[in-house]
Ligand binder design. Structure first.
Ligand SMILES: *[C@@H]1O[C@H](CO)[C@@H](O)[C@H](O)[C@H]1NC(C)=O
Ligand SMILES: *[C@H]1O[C@H](CO)[C@@H](O)[C@H](O)[C@H]1NC(C)=O
Length: 418
C-alpha cells in the first residue's frame, strides 16, 4: 500500500539532511522511538571488567544529538553481574550503579525515556537462570533505585534463548512481581524466548516445545503496563549479522504474524532491536517496516534501532553521531518515521506521567576498538556543570554546581545539577 510513498521518501533522502523542512512530516504514532546504547555490555564474560578497557559508558552528549532529531527512548545495555555481583540476591555495586544512574538521569532529565536493560540472555554468570525468586529479588533491588523516576522503563532481560519457554514466562513474571514489590509503577518490557524474534514469535519452539505465542500471553501485571518487546533483523536468518536484506519489503512482512498475535491477545508490542545494512534495498525495507508499524500503531508502540555507542568503530549498523557507518544513511529514515511520536524530545523534565518504553538489544560481532571517547559534562572551576553529577555514595567529584543550576539528590548514589 505504501510502497509508492516509500519510494518517494527514499528518493528525497538526499534532500532531507540539507533541507529537513522541505520534507513533509509523516505522523509518527508510536510512544517510544529511539536507539540502543552500547558500551557497558561490552566485555561479555569478563566480570566485573575494567572501565575503559573491557567496557565503556555511552557518551552523554550523543543523547542530545538524538533527542534533537526526535528520538525519545534509549535502551541502555549493561550486565546484571556488574550491577549486582556475587549473587542475584546480593547488593548493588556502588561505582557501576553510579555510572548507570548518571546515564539514566541524563536521559530522563531531558524528557526522554531510559530503558534499563540487562543484556543477559536469561543467564547469570553464563548459567541459565532457574531461580525465579532470586531473579525477582535482583529486579526488586534495582527497581527500588529508580522507582520514582517516571521516565524509566524496565526491560526484564535481553533475548532469552535456548531454554524452556515456560521458564522464560516464569522469569518474566518474577521480574514483574519484583519491580512492583519495589513500588515501581513504570512500564515494563517483557522479552520472549528464541531471541524474542518477531518473525518467529508464533513458530520457534523452546526446549519444552512451546512457542512464545503459546505461553507469553499469560503474563500479568497489577499496573497493566506490559509491553511485549520483540527484535527483528532483515537478513536471511534474521540474526543481524549481514548487511544484506532479503527484499525491499521484508521488514513489513516479517512483522505480520506478531502483529496478528498482539492484536488477537490485546497486547502492546515494541521492536527493541532492528537494523539493516547501508544499501538501497535495506533502506527501503526498514522504511517499510516503520511505516507498517505506524500503520498498526494500535499494537506497535515503539521502535529502537540497533545501535549507537562509542566503541562500534566501523560496525555496519553503528548509529553513533556523527560518523557511525549507518548514521548518514539511516538518520533521515528514522527521523521521518519517528517524527511526531511520543512526548519526548523536550529539554525539560516536567512530566509525572508514567510511560511505556521500548527496548532493543542486538547481537554484535563486536570488534570494539579501545578508543576512549567520553564527553560527559566536565566540571567548571570547582563546581559541576549543569546536568553533571554533584554527589552520591562513592562520588569523589565536585559537590557544588555552576550558577544557574542546583544540586538535587536523585537517590543515595546520585545527585545531579539541575
Ligand atoms: C565510571 O565512570 C568513570 C568515568 O566517568 C570511570 O572513571 C569509572 O571507572 C567508571 N566506573 C565504573 C565502575 O564503571
Ligand atoms: C548486539 O550486541 C550483543 C552484545 O553486545 C551481541 O551478542 C549481538 O550479537 C549484537 N547484535 C547484533 C545484531 O550485532
Amino acid at each position: 500500500m505504501h510502497f509508492v510513498s516509500l519510494l518517494a521518501a527514499a528518493s528525497t533522502l538526499g534532500l532531507v539532511l540539507s533541507a529537513p523542512n522541505r520534507v513533509a512530516k509523516r505522523a509518527g504514532k508510536m510512544q517510544w522511538v529511539g536507539v540502543n546504547e552500547s558500551g557497558p555490555e561490552f566485555g561479555d564474560g569478563i566480570f566485573p571488567g575494567l572501565y575503559g578497557k573491557d567496557y565503556i559508558w555511552p557518551t552523554l552528549s550523543t543523547y542530545d544529538t538524538f533527542i534533537a532529531r526526535g528520538f525519545n527512548t534509549f535502551r541502555i545495555n549493561f550486565y546484571m553481574e556488574r550491577l549486582i555481583p556475587n549473587s542475584m540476591t546480593g547488593s548493588l555495586d556502588p561505582a557501576y550503579l553510579s555510572n548507570l544512574t548518571e546515564q539514566v538521569n541524563y536521559v530522563t532529565s531531558r524528557g526522554a525515556y531510559a530503558m534499563i536493560q540487562p543484556h543477559n540472555y536469561g543467564r547469570y554468570y553464563k548459567e541459565v537462570i532457574t531461580d525465579a525468586a532470586a531473579f525477582g529479588k535482583w529486579w526488586q533491588t534495582v527497581a527500588t533505585v529508580y522507582k520514582d523516576n517516571p521516565r524509566v522503563i524496565w526491560d526484564t532481560n535481553n533475548e532469552f534463548h535456548t531454554m524452556s519457554t515456560a521458564l522464560v514466562v516464569q522469569l518474566n513474571q518474577a521480574a514483574i512481581n519484583g519491580i512492583r514489590a519495589a513500588g515501581a509503577k513504570q512500564t515494563i518490557n517483557v522479552e520472549g524466548n528464541a531471541w524474542t524474534g518477531a518473525w518467529t514469535w508464533t513458530t520457534s519452539k523452546g526446549t519444552d516445545g512451546k512457542t512464545n505465542a503459546d505461553l507469553m500471553g499469560s503474563l500479568t501485571d497489577p499496573e497493566n503496563k506490559l509491553v511485549y518487546q520483540m527484535h527483528q533483523y532483515l537478513d536471511t536468518d534474521g540474526s543481524g549479522t549481514s548487511p544484506n536484506c532479503v527484499s525491499s519489503t521484508v521488514g513489513a512482512e516479517r512483522l505480520v504474524a506478531a502483529t496478528n498475535w498482539l492484536r488477537a491477545n490485546k497486547k502492546i508490542g515494541l521492536i527493541g532491536e532492528f537494523a539493516g545494512g547501508v544499501n538501497a534495498q535495506c533502506q527501503t525495507a526498514i522504511a517499510g517496516m516503520l511505516q507498517y508499524m505506524n500503520d498498526n500503531s494500535d499494537v506497535w508502540q515503539g521502535a529502537l534501532w540497533w545501535a549507537a555507542g562509542p566503541w562500534w568503530g566501523t560496525y555496519m549498523y553503528g548509529l553513533e553521531p556523527t560518523n557511525g557507518a549507518a548514521y548518514n544513511a539511516y538518520m533521515p529514515i528514522l527521523q521521518s518515521a519517528f517524527a511526531g511520536s511520543g512526548s519526548g524530545g523536550t529539554t525539560t523534565a516536567t512530566s509525572t506521567t508514567s510511560s511505556r518504553t521500548t527496548s532493543t538489544t542486538a547481537r554484535t560481532t563486536s570488534t570494539a576498538t579501545t578508543t576512549r571517547t567520553t564527553s560527559s559534562p566536565s566540571p567548571t572551576g570547582n563546581c559541576a556543570s549543569k546536568w553533571g553529577q554533584c554527589g552520591g555514595n562513592g562520588w569523589n567529584g565536585p559537590f557544588c554546581c555552576v550558577s544557574g543550576s542546583t544540586c538535587q539528590k536523585s537517590n543515595d548514589w546520585y545527585s545531579q545539577c539541575l
